[in-house]
Design a protein around this ligand. Structure first.
Ligand code: PGA
Length: 253
């Protein structure tokens, strides 16, 4: 049996209008009845406008709901932003922070990710903090240096193994169809766990979940999830198709 309960998280990104999103959520609710929640934790992170309605659909189901980002304060004059407490109010249990799309399109740096994570945790959310290298970093063998830096600088002092999940998401594998091999993923996850043990003393490195994201599909999920340091997945494209996302959950549970 796996040491850590795997987390399978859907990142719907900026996709889907009401009709599609609600029917996708309903489809998932029906299918997960076949799963044992002791074996897998399931999360979906829809766009903000869908949170409330989807949370109603998820009531009584094992599926949890989360946000895709939040602000580093809980109130104030921040046009267009969403506070951690607002996510909680909408039923969220988790928030994804530091996704590479936020880092690259909105110039989010580690320090900002860390302050968002700190307040999200104080507000009662669990956080999924993303790290990952781009293709140039990997080609020039800087992967470990880059993710070590992201890890040390993005994880706040109030993080621990039960309120924080680390997502390893190599940028070159996101939405590209190019998945990292199970060996490449295991190598980095093991490295991240060692780094946590050495540098992030508040976190029990044996207990924290490290999940993988980047073109996870039904066809590759089983072998990725079978690696000893892979504790689940953060799924983009494949999470938009009910049968694919469900298959990934099954492969992991
Ligand atoms: P992908 O996205 O599964 O579409 O590659 C993963 C992510 O960005 O979290």
């Amino acid at each position: 049996m796996a040491k850590r309960r795997p987390l399978i998280a859907a990142n719907w990104k900026m996709n889907g209008l009401t009709k599609d999103s609600l029917s996708r959520a309903k489809g998932l609710v029906t299918r997960v009845k076949k799963l044992d929640k002791a074996n897998v934790e399931v999360l979906i992170c829809p766009p903000f406008t869908m949170l409330h309605a989807i949370n109603q659909i998820l009531k009584g189901s094992m599926i949890k709901i989360g946000g895709q980002d939040c602000h580093y304060k809980n109130f104030g004059a921040y046009t267009g932003d969403i506070a951690p407490l607002m996510l909680r109010d909408a039923g969220c249990k988790y928030v994804i922070l530091g996704h590479s799309e936020r880092r690259s399109y909105y110039n989010e740096i580690d320090k900002l990710v860390k302050s968002k994570a700190e307040i999200a945790l104080k507000s009662g959310l669990k956080v999924i903090i993303c790290v990952g290298e781009n293709l140039a970093d990997r080609t020039s063998k800087k992967t470990k240096r880059i993710i070590r830096q992201q890890l040390r600088n993005s994880v706040p002092a109030n993080a621990n193994a039960s309120n924080t999940v680390i997502a390893y998401e190599p940028i070159w594998a996101i939405g590209t169809g190019k998945t990292a091999t199970p060996t490449q993923v295991q190598d980095i996850h093991y490295f991240l766990r060692q780094e946590i043990a050495n540098k992030l003393k508040n976190i029990d490195s044996d207990k924290i979940r490290i999940i993988y994201g980047g073109s996870v599909k039904p066809e590759n999920s089983q072998e990725l999830m079978a690696e000893p340091d892979v504790d689940g997945g953060l799924i983009g494209g494949a999470s938009l198709v009910v049968s694919d996302f469900f298959k990934i959950m099954q492969n992991c549970s």
